[in-house]
Design a protein around this ligand. Sequence first.
Ligand code: UDP
Length: 480
Amino acid sequence: MGSSENNNNKEEVHVLLVAFSAQGHINPLLRLGKSLRSRGLHVSLATTDTLYHRVFKYTTNGGDSSTVPTSITTNGIEVFFFNDGFQTDGERAADVDKYMEGIAKYGPINVSNIIKTHFLDSSKKLACIINNPFVPWVADVAAEFNIPCACFWIQPSALFAIYYSFYNNLNTFPTLTDPNISVKLPGLPLLETQDLPSFVLPTNPFGTFPKILSSVFKGLEKLKWVFINSFYELEKDVIDSMSQVFPIATVGPVVPPSLLGGDEDSDVGIEMWKPEDSCIEWLNQKPDSSVIYISFGSLTVLSSEQKDSIAEALKKSHHPFLWVIKEENKELPLPKEFLEETKDRGMVIPWCPQTKVLAHPAVACFLTHCGWNSMLEAITAGKPMIGYPKWTDQPTNAKLITDVFHTGVRLKQDSDGFVPCEEVEKAIEQVLERPSSEEFKKNAEELKRAGREAVTEGGSSDRNIQSFVDEILGNKPIDH
Ligand code: UDP
């Protein structure tokens, strides 16, 4: 194992992580940071003030938000805050394109200042800056200081391969005049329009995200390393083919340690919403492999009709269910009659401790929007999935469930994205009752085992992390 004291000058070797303040972006970086720390590096994170307002002012400052401190230290990682040009979450949520532009405008100067003030010190060597794909300007800031930059890609390798092909014009993708083109990429099943990430489709209404992705993929030469939150055994074929054209290194599954057989209290992830722990007590009362867990992540809002059709299918299935409906997203509540009729076997809450829920023996399957964090958590918990993808990487992630991982099914949506009750009923049967359910369970168990192995000493991801650490510490590689 390397040590920051090993290098000749006895400088501290530092790595700076940079992300914007979304739970699903910060947590994988903090968890990767913890792994780097345990291998001898000094690790800091720079993110926007939002994280202070949403999380740390309560844990460190009794709720006082009048002044944002320059930094705080959490679990040995110093967290620096910078301004993104906005004052309130309301302003940020009002226009996502403006929000992303604000970060791209104020981020570079603010992160440069953090580097100048805190890292240009003779006792420290800032050996690498690691960003994630939504703050690509970080690579330019790193270049200004002549510091190598890495990107921690927080989606599957499949998505990296698709965007790589799209932004380098290596394949034909759907267009307005030809919207139904299928795309065949090495190492991936044939991707129809409905399987492609929404940002490459001509129907995508968001200007900023494709712009950001384009700057990542057109600026790959600025990155010395690309780390992926996935593991080799999960996406072997696409990783093998991608690695022939661009080096990528899987370092995952980067999930809370409890999902990998570790200690629950050792997690360094932050929580932007308070989970309702009472659901664990409720799950304790349910038979093993009986409960359908339903959540669409932090952003997706379902229409009332869609919720009604899922509710109807749950009512008919007679399975117990735990359903997260985020109040903050101003969704209409489920109908009172449904809640009354299912009160003996259903629980509906605004936010749950998802990793504990997925790991619970009572949970049989996960009806998910296919956010990558949620999917990796389900994979490491060994749970089959029913995919109901909406946008961004989710449609491709759902394709991976059915055609690569073979751990579940995907709900068939009509042209408006609506899924009728019968379709949900059929999916529940396939995943929980029909002979196919045994196959899904077996495959899910196998991936759970492979995921744990990848991050244990000598596993595929562990080796990739260690060789990065050795490289930046200047350690000689060990011959095996
Ligand atoms: N999550 C949670 N409680 C819930 C629902 C979700 O803690 O009730 C967490 C979940 O464990 C995951 C994250 O929220 O880590 C969602 O991230 P994901 O990438 O799946 O979706 P997003 O919210 O970014 O769409």
